[in-house]
Ligand binder design. Structure first.
Ligand code: RIB
Length: 312
C-alpha cells in the first residue's frame, strides 16, 4: 500500500503548463507540405497539460494549487479566470510580460485521435526560483504533479523540494519530445505508450512490451509506473504488484486530454486513500469517460460519475 498522507494537508500542487487550445476537426492529419481542409469552425478552449491535470484533480474533489506562468495578454486573463472558476488556487500563477500565453494547435480526426503542437510562450519562463517561492505549498501538499511542458530545471527543482519534504511526486513525462535521462525521486511515473517508447526504445505492443518498459523505467529510478495504453487501459506497477487494467470499450469522440484526466484522477484517488492499483482503476475510468466528450477539459467527469461508471 502506497502511503501518502501522513501529516499532509490533502492538497495537490501542480507545477505545469497553462495553454489556450485552438482545435480543428480534420478528415485526416496533414503530412509535410499538405494543406488539409478541416470541418466547420475552430474552437477555443482552455488547456495545457499542467492546467488540465489541475482541473481534473479538482473535478475529483481535491483542493488544488497551480504554479505556472501566462503572458500579460487576453489569453492569460481567460486562462486564469477559467482556473479560478474551477476553484483552483492561482496565487502562484504569474504574468510574464513580453511573452505570450502558451498556445496549442490541436487537430482531431474522425477516430477522435489528436495531433498537438504547442508554442510554450510564458510556460518556458518558469524558473527554479518560481518553484522555490512556493516551497511551503509543496511541503504541505500530499502530491505534487509535474509534466514536461515547462523547463527541466523547474521540474528537477520541484522534485528536489518535494523529496526534501516527503511530498509524493507524480511525473507525466509528456510531451515525448522532452526527455529526462533518469527518474530518481519520482514516486509515480505516468507515460503513455508513445512517451514510453521514446524513453526506452521499447514498443508497448512488442512481446512483453509493457513489462519490459516498466522494468526499464524503474531501473532508471521511477519508484512506481502507471503506463497508459490508450483504449486498451493501463498497466500499473507498484512496490508490490504489476497489474493490467483493461479499459471499458467506448466510442471515442476526442482523446485530447485523456492522459490529463488519468493523471488528475490518479493523484486525487491516491490522496483520498485508495491503494495505487485501485487508484489506477479510477484514473483509467476517468480517462475512458473523458474521451466520449470533446475538449481537453470540458470533457472531464466528476468523481461520482466515475464511481457510477465503475459500478461502485
Ligand atoms: O494533453 C492535452 C494538452 O496538451 C492540451 O490541452 C494542450 O494544451 C497540450 O498541452
Amino acid at each position: 500500500m502506497t502511503e501518502i498522507f501522513g501529516g499532509a494537508h490533502m492538497t495537490i500542487v501542480v507545477v505545469g503548463s497553462i495553454n489556450t487550445d485552438l482545435t480543428i476537426r480534420v478528415p485526416h492529419f496533414a503530412v509535410a507540405n499538405e494543406t488539409v481542409l478541416g470541418h466547420g469552425d475552430f474552437t477555443t478552449t482552455q488547456g495545457g497539460k499542467g492546467a488540465n491535470q489541475a482541473v481534473a484533480a479538482a473535478a475529483a474533489g481535491l483542493p488544488v494549487h497551480i504554479i505556472g506562468k501566462v503572458g500579460a495578454d487576453a489569453f492569460g486573463d481567460a486562462a486564469i479566470e477559467d482556473l479560478r472558476s474551477t476553484g483552483i488556487d492561482c496565487s502562484h500563477v504569474t504574468r510574464e510580460s513580453g511573452h505570450a500565453t502558451g498556445l496549442a494547435t490541436i487537430f482531431v480526426d474522425p477516430k477522435g485521435d489528436n495531433s498537438i503542437t504547442v508554442a510554450p510562450g510564458a510556460n518556458a519562463r518558469i524558473t527554479p526560483e518560481d518553484v522555490q517561492s512556493a516551497v511551503k505549498l509543496i511541503a504541505e501538499a500530499s502530491i505534487v504533479m509535474l509534466q514536461l511542458e515547462i523547463p527541466l530545471a523547474a521540474v528537477t527543482e520541484t522534485i528536489r523540494i518535494a523529496n526534501q519534504h516527503g511530498t509524493i511526486v507524480m511525473l507525466d513525462p509528456a510531451p515525448a519530445t522532452m526527455t529526462m535521462p533518469e527518474f530518481s525521486g519520482v514516486d509515480f511515473l505516468t507515460p503513455n505508450e508513445i512517451e514510453a517508447e521514446t524513453l526506452t526504445g521499447i514498443a508497448a505492443t512488442a512481446e512483453n512490451g509493457p513489462q519490459r518498459i516498466i522494468a526499464e523505467l524503474r531501473k532508471r529510478g521511477a519508484r512506481q509506473v502507471a503506463l497508459t495504453l490508450g483504449g486498451m487501459g493501463c498497466c500499473i506497477s507498484t512496490d508490490e504488484e504489476t497489474t493490467f487494467i483493461q479499459a471499458q470499450p467506448v466510442q471515442a469522440v476526442d482523446t485530447t486530454g485523456a492522459g490529463d484526466a488519468f493523471n488528475g484522477f490518479l493523484a486525487a484517488a491516491l490522496v483520498k486513500g485508495l491503494a495505487a492499483t485501485k487508484a489506477a482503476e479510477t484514473a483509467c475510468a476517468a480517462a475512458t469517460l473523458s474521451v466520449t466528450r470533446a475538449g481537453a477539459r470540458t470533457n472531464l467527469p466528476t468523481w461520482d460519475e466515475v464511481q457510477a461508471f465503475l459500478g461502485a
